[in-house]
Design a protein around this ligand. Structure first.
Ligand SMILES: Cc1cc2nc3c(=O)[nH]c(=O)nc-3n(C[C@H](O)[C@H](O)[C@H](O)COP(=O)(O)O)c2cc1C
Length: 187
């Protein structure tokens, strides 16, 4: 790769709990990651991203809540105890979990707030990768039931949970169809 930024973009990957170790993410690294999120572009500087950071016992509370929601919204015939346990494990097997929230201001179209928040998530992902920390953006249906737990305001919506951890995953090339299939030149 030509430089560190391009290298990080190319080699950033989804790394999940199967590869997480129990090494702590330092406060310094976590703040660096959150500052990177805060540097995302934003129309009219609405800066719509909000984050709730779960660590330590916070992860236990998140895991318990995810399992509780799963149990309460899943029809009996579809319910599986393994899935319920996995909901808890996703949180407790991570070192940090970040609830990703969009704060809709009404100053720009909602899709622009969503796009800006997604850009901030990519910054989280790239900054983490650059510090040797893995993670991924999880978007289970359960996130639509977290409003009370997260104390969201009327104009806010949770659009995922970003799980983070130091890890043992090998570096991987991106699995993508060619960019040539997705572009059209007008010359
Ligand atoms: C908006 C969004 C939602 C995602 N939701 C999930 C998810 O719920 N669970 C999951 O395992 N991965 C999720 N991912 C990660 C993708 O599966 C992953 O980025 C994709 O497979 C490409 O792999 P890479 O990140 O290693 O390049 C999500 C990614 C994005 C951008």
């Amino acid at each position: 790769m030509k430089n560190d930024v391009l290298n990080a973009i190319h080699y950033r990957r989804t790394v999940n709990q199967n590869s997480f170790t129990d090494q702590d993410i330092s406060q310094e690294d976590l703040l660096t990651i959150l500052e990177a999120a805060n540097a995302a572009p934003t129309h009219k500087r609405t800066q719509p991203w909000r984050f709730v950071i779960f660590r330590k016992e916070g992860l236990e509370r998140l895991g318990t809540e995810l399992a509780r929601i799963y149990k309460s919204i899943t029809p009996t015939e579809k319910y599986s105890e393994t899935t319920e346990l996995n909901m808890t494990k996703k949180a407790t097997a991570s070192n940090v979990a970040i609830a990703i929230i969009v704060n809709y201001t009404g100053d720009v179209p909602e899709w622009e707030e969503l796009a800006a928040t997604a850009a901030s998530v990519q910054n989280i992902w790239l900054a983490s990768h650059s510090l040797g920390i893995g993670g991924y953006w999880a978007t289970p249906g359960l996130i639509n039931h977290l409003d009370n737990f997260l104390n969201l305001e009327e104009n806010q919506k949770c659009i995922g949970i970003f799980y983070l951890g130091h890890h043992t995953a090998e570096s991987r090339e991106p699995a993508r169809t060619p960019i040539q299939d997705k572009i059209r030149w007008e010359e």
